[in-house]
Every structure is written in C-alpha cells, then in structure tokens.
Design a protein around this ligand. Structure first.
Ligand code: ZN
Length: 195
C-alpha cells in the first residue's frame, strides 16, 4: 500500500555512490542526513499526500488533515471505540516535509545530536505522517506521545480492534527502522477484504 517516492535520485544530493542509492530529500540532506543513514535503518521516502481533508479539530482549534480514505477510516474507528466507551483523539496526522524539518531542527537546537533526534523523529521525507495515512492517537487521562499510552484502555482497544479496520501500529518494540517504541502511532494501510 505504501507509495515509495519516485523522485529521480540523481537530482538529489547524496554522498553514496553505486546502484542502490536511496534518495535523500534535500531538506534532510541539509541537516546532514545521508543516504547511508537511511539505508542502514531501512528507511524509505514517502510522498506528501496531495489530496487531504480535515479529519478533526481539537479543543484548541488545531486542525488535523488526512487523506479522504484515512479520514473515513479514522471516523470509523473513533466511532467504534466510542460505542465501547473509549475516546480516541488525534495528536498528529498529516505533516508536511517542511514541518518535519522544523520539528527536527527544534530537537537539534535543544541540544540533541542528530542520532538522538532521529530515534523519535523521522528524517524529513521519511515520515509516515507525510502520507496522510498515519496518526498519533491520544486519549483523555494519558499524556500524549508517551510510552505509558500502552497502559490505557484506549491502547488495549486498539490492539484488539484496529487491525481488523486496516490500521497497523508502525513502530512496535524492536522495530527494524530503529525508532523508539510508539504505541500511539498507527497507519491506515487499507481495510482487509473479508474472505
Ligand atoms: Zn507518529
């Protein structure tokens, strides 16, 4: 389901040579991110979702966009959870490459090394949030984007039901991409066709 970027690699800066060069987004290259780094972690490029709809607005007026299909899937899972007394909220949804640059720059400005920052923040161009199909989920009573989310009833519900509705927890413990464990981050990969 994931769409891999088809930008021509030769038009992007890369310190690697050879046949299997993974293109580095210019914004990532500007931050010192190399194709070797992407390759060593098995990271991939995602295109920014061209077609997006407003999926949710939170109490502070923050707007969250998703692709039309992911937004519909989000409404469905949110309603299904609500039916069982579980409140699911968006903490993050679609994110542009430019926004990803800002997030990473803020981490670096706060004193983190690039290596440290990239454990929790994807290189610009490589965030699943660019696709408009990935969400960070929160629930009342739990801090946002912390591992303790896994102890909430919302997470228990997601583990039991989200997969059947086409959602995948992208970064479990020990994920091969080298990200930290993110029980809050789920991506809509499409619904299964029941057979
Ligand atoms: Zn996320």
């Amino acid at each position: 389901m994931n769409r891999v970027s088809t930008f021509p690699a030769e038009s992007w800066p890369s310190s690697a040579t050879g046949n299997d060069v993974i293109a580095v987004h210019p914004a990532a290259a500007a931050l010192g991110i190399t194709s070797e780094l992407l390759q060593s972690r098995g990271l991939r490029l995602y295109e920014e979702a061209a077609e997006r709809v407003l999926a949710e607005t939170d109490a502070e007026g923050r707007e969250f966009q998703l692709t039309p299909a992911a937004s519909a899937a989000w409404q469905a899972i949110k309603a299904a959870a609500a039916d069982q007394g579980i409140v699911l909220e968006l903490e993050s949804a679609y994110r542009s490459v430019a926004r990803q640059v800002e997030i990473l720059q803020a981490k670096l400005a706060a004193g983190e090394t690039l290596h440290e920052a990239l454990r929790w923040v994807a290189p610009p161009g490589c965030s699943e949030h660019h696709t408009g199909r990935a969400v960070d989920i929160g629930t009342p009573g739990s801090l946002a984007l912390v591992e303790d989310f896994e102890n909430t009833s919302a997470f228990a519900w997601l583990q039991q039901h989200a997969g059947r509705q086409g959602w995948v927890m992208s970064y479990p413990r020990g994920n091969t991409q080298g990200y930290g464990y993110e029980p809050w981050h789920w991506c809509f990969e499409g619904t299964e066709t029941a057979g």
